[in-house]
Design a protein around this ligand. Structure first.
Ligand SMILES: [Zn+2]
Length: 154
């Protein structure tokens, strides 16, 4: 997955998921959902779509775009409709993979290696704090304590 994100960044000369999605001919749309849906990814014949909840802030929109891009790149063979809502936070294998993809993509090209905490690293990379723990695999911060935030992430 590390290779995959590196290759995409080299190819498109950016880690901006919106630019990459466009470059891959994926249609990105914004819609207003009222049921907790944050984003979804689907294919119709050979056209691919990412739909992002327009009520999210920019950090979340970017993150969702990167996550749906993960479904496109990783779960190609699975002809499924990916719907990301509350279940996001108790994810199964495929959701974890898509989120890991997003975290890797967004953290590349960002100075996160000398951060004090993974939360600072997530902030610098534009990753919602809810997913900061995914960074534990990729960065080493001087203070890896999580307790400070554990309370707000339940
Ligand atoms: Zn997903």
């Amino acid at each position: 997955m590390d290779k995959l994100t590196k290759k995409l960044i080299q190819r498109f000369k950016t880690n901006d998921p919106f630019v990459i999605a466009k470059g891959l001919n994926i249609n990105v749309k914004f819609e207003s959902f009222h049921d907790g849906t944050r984003g979804l990814y689907y294919r119709v014949l050979r056209r691919r779509f990412i739909v992002i909840h327009e009520g999210l802030d920019d950090t979340w929109k970017r993150f969702i775009c990167a996550h749906e891009l993960g479904h496109d790149r990783l779960h190609n063979g699975l002809n499924r409709f990916w719907l990301d809502e509350h279940s996001f936070f108790t994810p199964g294998k495929f959701e974890r993979e898509a989120t890991e993809f997003a975290v890797l993509l967004l953290s590349k090209g960002t100075q996160i290696s000398d951060c004090t905490t993974i939360y600072e690293a997530a902030l610098n990379a534009g990753i919602p704090v809810e997913f900061a723990h995914y960074l534990e695999k990729f960065v080493s911060c001087s203070n890896m304590e999580r307790s400070e935030y554990d309370g707000i992430l339940s």
